[in-house]
Design a protein around this ligand. Structure first.
Ligand code: GP9
Ligand code: MN
Length: 399
């Protein structure tokens, strides 16, 4: 009810005093979001047989803001949970996908905020069926003008694999529609080729497979490499067509690709032990924010996917004060605020709470639970408020 809505709002408003000198530096630019399927942060600047896994991204990072400590916060809704966090700054649901379960709710989504504060129109491009994850319906709720899904692409036996059209033809075939959009636009591209079980045609294999005991991991580096080549192609096309200069690019990994079952292959690849804190580090996803002519900077503040929204709004010069969300601008996020996972665990600067144990991240030892208690209070509070908003459709009462 309305009282709940007030409680949520006052918690969030008290939390938001985040400024930086980058406020508004991308004001009025087009926004291109790229969701990288199953892409974990460990592939960045990593080599296999002396070949870089992500040569294009490694180069791009040199002229970008690269956030090197961002965690996957998705739950069962996978890609759709990542999309939901970026658009709303709310946590995913404890089970199922918000996209499927609450498509009739009201949300303060990125498309709607950008429409109101700068006359943007928002679009999504993705090669899978429009109904997958109930995107078709949810995108209308979230304020997208149009969803360029599978039926908008020429999909053949040759140009597809696994879930659908391969990333290179996907970007190539998206160009005409992208070029035709009214500006300023927010355009979201969701890649697909780097999806479990990481299948790849021989002609698309640009580097050798890795040589660990896990075939899944060995193939993964080759499909990530293909995805990287697709991004390179996309940027080439954008530059050729004069569509690169006036755009803010936000590129993020949607969630892990290598589940716990196969993770020992990653530990082997990276020469590390299988420990809870190493597993935690592998839950990081890359986040790269790029603009033409920008000077590169690595930002090692911890954060999560939920923080992407406030960071974009900050760069676009849209004040966070009226917005009800759990997203924090990553340029000024409190370095000790916990990053909250849907299962109730968390990571903060010096401590992490995993599988009901509190860890000191510096000594890597299990420590007394009370060291984690203040963080866990925040975890419980935020997950509860977020669930209240979603289950009570509280944005009906908040404007
Ligand atoms: C399918 C894409 C991948 O459209 O979103 O699915 P997921 O990673 O969510 O399993
Ligand atoms: Mn995904």
């Amino acid at each position: 009810n309305e009282a709940d809505a007030q409680a949520v709002n006052s918690y969030i408003q008290n939390n938001d005093k985040e400024q930086s000198d980058l406020f508004g530096i991308a004001k009025g630019k087009n926004v291109v979001l790229i969701s990288l399927e199953s892409t974990q942060n460990f592939v960045i600047n990593e080599t296999v047989n002396r070949e870089e896994i992500t040569p294009f991204l490694n180069d791009l990072i040199k002229d970008s803001y690269y956030f090197s400590n961002i965690y996957d916060q998705t739950a069962q809704g996978k890609t759709s949970d990542a999309e939901f966090m970026v658009d709303t700054g709310l946590y995913p649901m404890p089970s199922g996908s918000v996209f499927v379960r609450r498509p009739e709710n009201n949300f303060q989504s990125l498309p709607l905020i950008l429409k109101e504060n700068g006359d943007y129109k928002a679009y999504t491009f993705h090669g899978n069926d429009a109904e997958f994850w109930n995107r078709d319906q949810m995108y209308r709720t979230l304020g997208y003008e149009h969803f360029y899904a599978k039926q908008n692409y020429d999909v053949t036996e040759e140009n597809s694999i696994n879930y659908g059209i391969k990333d290179i033809p996907f970007f190539e075939q998206s160009m005409d529609d992208l070029a035709a959009l009214p500006e300023p636009y927010m355009a979201k591209f969701i890649t697909l080729s780097n999806h479990f079980p990481f299948l790849l045609d021989e002609e698309d294999q640009m580097i050798e497979q890795a040589d660990t005991e896990e075939g899944v991991v060995n193939r993964y580096v080759t499909t990530v490499r293909y995805e990287d080549a697709a991004l390179k192609r996309f940027f080439e096309l954008l530059k050729e067509q004069g569509m690169y200069e006036d755009t803010l690019f936000v590129i993020y990994g949607d969630h892990y690709g290598i589940s716990k079952k196969y993770e020992k292959g990653v530990h082997e690849l990276l020469g590390q032990e299988n420990t809870p804190l190493n597993h935690l580090n592998l839950q990081q996803v890359p986040l790269i924010i790029h603009m033409s002519g920008q000077k590169g900077r690595i930002i090692d503040t911890i954060g999560g996917e939920i923080d992407i929204r406030a960071t974009i709004l900050h760069l676009l010069g849209i004040s966070p004060y009226q917005q009800t969300s759990f997203s924090h601008n990553l340029f000024s996020r409190d370095k000790d605020k916990p990053v909250i996972f849907r299962d109730g665990s968390m990571v903060a600067r010096d401590y992490a709470y995993l599988d009901n144990l509190c860890y000191d991240r510096n000594s890597e030892q299990v420590v007394e639970g009370k060291k984690c208690s203040p963080y866990l209070d925040t975890v419980r509070k935020e997950l509860q408020l977020s669930d209240d908003i979603i289950m009570g459709d509280l944005f009906r009462f908040i404007d």
